[in-house]
Ligand binder design. Structure first.
Ligand code: PLP
Length: 418
């Protein structure tokens, strides 16, 4: 994306905002800070959330247990209210997606079904710099099956001194694992580098070696346009408190490709919410699995969390992931361009260039961030810091404006000058 020198002005940023068809969605959010660039960590609250929560409090107050069956949004099928939107969000069929549990819980549940190591095929390929919870999940699953994680869990290796990988390096390392590879388990985008992994190619490579391809969309759902079904991804999991703005500890999601639904040979941890809806309340002793990914549900879901997710997904429906990712790409390119123009000697951008990224930019500053991040906050701007030296800044496309980006870079420039 090309910006001209005259794009470096408040007036130009305002013009870009007024000509963008999705700018109005910003008004649907409650801003905790004027310049919020931490949507990769916790998304802002959609203004409708309190109303949706209040509705369920009222249903509880007025109907008690009957609210499972009565009222505007009966609780028994409540999770179905988000199914269609989640399917569109990740490029899946409705029967392939479900909102349930937390992200790490879902990752374990998926690995119970899809990590079936044998003496020969037992390796799990993960990211370098993988988020610690993903690492703990992989290590503990390997141990659970009697393997030493030092042998079974293999990290992708970037070339010396780099934290991102080339497509050739990824391909080479998947093929190198060959018939020892049981599972490729990657995120998108990587939480520390912002690198986006090409799921379609990686899935093909994993399948070529006979391995399963599973992905963690913590930094992908609501951030990137995805086509999980068409790419033949085997499974995926995600959280909803980052780009999906469903609030702290929000209900997570899971995807299982239709190829794996109704398979009798797949082991699964089961609970009553995965049982056939028609006979669930007859309390039968034998489990009859639902024909969709809902079969992986264990417990009845948290309605309040689903209510805030509903409020947020309505905004994604209004925007559409295609338009949103186009807007995202413009916003992030503008941030990148301004940073390189104004702070060239003070910052380096770790995140690869478009299209190998989402909306988050991971930055390394010459000036120690602990000296200036608190001052940035005093100016109303929020980013976050991840050890050892990465500052992450995200123009979240549903609510960040070009004007915000201009003011944010201006504030950064002032503080990193001193
Ligand atoms: C990539 C990644 N994996 C796992 C997690 C852990 O998520 P949860 O606490 O929802 O299980 C996070 C949380 O930020 C994450 O970013």
């Amino acid at each position: 994306m090309n910006f001209q020198a005259n794009s470096d002005s408040l007036a130009a940023a305002k013009t870009m905002d007024s000509s963008d068809p999705l700018s109005h969605l910003r008004g649907e959010f409650q801003f905790s800070h004027p310049l919020y660039f931490a949507g990769h960590s916790l998304g802002l609250m959609p203004k409708k959330v309190p109303k949706y929560l209040e509705e369920e409090c009222e249903a509880w107050a007025k109907l008690g247990v009957e609210a499972h069956f009565e009222g505007r949004h009966p609780w028994l099928p409540y999770h179905e209210n988000v199914t269609q939107s989640l399917a569109r969000l990740v490029g899946a069929r409705p029967e392939e997606v479900v909102a349930m549990n937390g992200l790490t819980v879902n990752l374990h549940l998926m690995m119970v079904s899809f990590y079936r190591p044998t003496k020969k095929r037992f390796k799990i390929l993960i990211e370098n710099n993988t988020f610690p919870s993903d690492r703990y999940t992989a290590d503990s699953q390997a141990r659970f099956h009697g393997f030493d994680p030092k042998d079974a869990v293999v990290e992708l290796k970037p070339s010396p001194g780099k934290i991102t990988l080339t497509a050739a390096e990824i391909e080479e390392q998947i093929l190198e694992c060959g018939d020892e590879l049981a599972l490729v388990l990657l995120g998108n985008c990587n939480y520390l580098s912002g690198q986006r992994f090409d799921f379609e190619t990686i899935t093909k490579l994993a399948h070529k070696t006979g391995a399963i391809a599973g992905f963690n969309l913590a930094h992908g759902a609501g951030n990137l346009e995805l086509s999980l079904h068409d790419w033949s991804v085997d499974f995926a999991v995600w959280c909803s408190y980052k780009y999906l703005n469903a609030g702290p500890g929000g209900i997570a999601g899971a995807f299982v490709h239709e190829n794996h639904l109704n398979r009798k040979d797949l082991p699964r941890f089961e609970g009553w919410w995965g049982h056939d809806k028609k006979t669930r309340f007859k309390m039968p002793a034998d489990f009859k699995a639902l024909p969709s990914v809902e079969a992986w549900q264990l417990s009845n879901p948290p309605i309040f969390q689903l209510a805030s997710l509903r409020a947020s997904l309505e905004l994604f429906e209004k925007a559409g992931m295609k338009s949103l990712s186009e807007r995202s790409s413009k916003l992030t390119s503008y941030l990148e361009w301004l940073l390189l123009r104004r702070l060239k000697d003070k910052v380096s951008i770790v995140t690869p260039q478009a299209p190998n990224r989402g909306s988050m930019l991971c930055l390394k500053f010459k000036k120690n961030p602990s000296n200036w991040i608190p001052k940035l906050r005093e100016k109303g701007a929020v980013v976050d810091f991840r050890e050892p030296d990465i500052v992450r800044a995200t123009p979240a496309p549903l609510y960040t404006s070009f004007e915000d980006i201009f003011n944010f870079v201006q504030a950064l420039e002032e503080l990193t000058h001193e």
